[in-house]
Design a protein around this ligand. Sequence first.
Ligand code: EPZ
Length: 426
Amino acid sequence: MEKLVITGGKRLEGTIEISGAKNAALPLMCTPLLTDEPVILTNLPRLADITTLTDLLNHLGVTVTIAGGDGTGSGGRSLTFDASNIADTVAPYDIVRKMRASILVLGPLVARMGEATVSMPGGCAIGNRPIDLHLKALEALGAVIEMEDGYVRASAPGGLKGGSVRFPFVSVGATENILMTAALAKGTTTIENAAREPEITDLSKCLTSMGARISGAGSETITVEGVERLHGATHAVMPDRVEAGSYAVAALMTRGNLLLKNARAEDMQAPLDVLAEAGAIISNDADGVRVKSNGHLQGFNIVTQPFPAFPTDMQAQFMALASVADGASVITEAIFENRFMHVPELCRLGADIAVNGSSATIRGVNSLKGAQVMATDLRASMSLALAGLVADGDTVINRLYHLDRGYERLEDKLRAVGAQIERVND
Ligand code: EPZ
């Protein structure tokens, strides 16, 4: 079993290259299902979730090959996805259970093939995570939804027709699923109360380069004029704002100075505002976002909400920051019902955190003390790594597979800027 051993106390200084965004790459990798021409995605991160989705696409009959370098020299991988011959429209349980974002193949398969059967993704550590909004949106475009043996089957034998979708609350995945589907539906689709995350805008850019006719991506109302067919394209995955935000926290916690190369400030303004309030000096230049400490660390308050508000995916990382800040901080998790599993693990390191329903009150302590801790989900594992960077002594993080789902070469990137960190095999 692999573990991460971090010896705390090192100040981080230097440049970290931000990889392509996992949460942009996953929906982008479903767009090839919408066309019989090859789609090339560049700047793809090397992550377990990308491998899992590639396995699913292979199962469906999509060939995935290494594309030639995209010439930008970006660290990411370039892959060509060719879905000219879809051999299967069933996404099996043993793949979907590994990664719930597999549900994003449902809409594109129905749009292209007229039917799809996808295993229900089930919940995960951070919550029950239903897909009712995905299914209702597909029904609004004429799909017939049936549930059987833990699988959802969607069909549209007569093809999909544009319709109006109004989400009762924001859902990133449901917005992505219906955006891809509407691109091939006959007629106009309006999506109201759409997610506004940068990953939606990135997906819309890719679909538009494939010939889709979309307006309003990034706002709460998106309009899609369906087209007969989409063609191939080449698209660069946007930089990962959650990875960038995580390393920005590392810079502040270690009183360091990091240039987050390729990060885009406009993707992460809310977390950057909280970092500035907590004691960061933030500057943007052509290369990315620079975060350095002003020597103090002040508590802050956060409520997670859909973009452009503070993102739930950075909640755990900012709780690590609050653990060693002066004064008290209050963090409220308003998106997922169970996203505080990092709390008991941070407390094992000496943090002083009290949870009351969906809010946690964190009283900053002078120092944390290294210990054995266990990763429970992706962002919680990053929270523990951040705490380990400042804890006295060694922090050992178990169940690294959580971390490897969303952070590419974490130990290499941190070691290169001064961290004492290594991956060991039990
Ligand atoms: C995406 O998940 C991200 N994953 C999550 O990142 C992120 O936390 C989340 O958006 C919110 O920003 C990917 O992009 C692959 P939602 P998604 O649909 O689409 C409820 C990470 O750490 N809901 O916006 O699944 C849901 O339970 C991951 O990288 C329904 O009730 O999130 C949640 O409470 C974790 N019915 C809320 O809405 C539905 O049909 C928001 O979920 C869909 C969602």
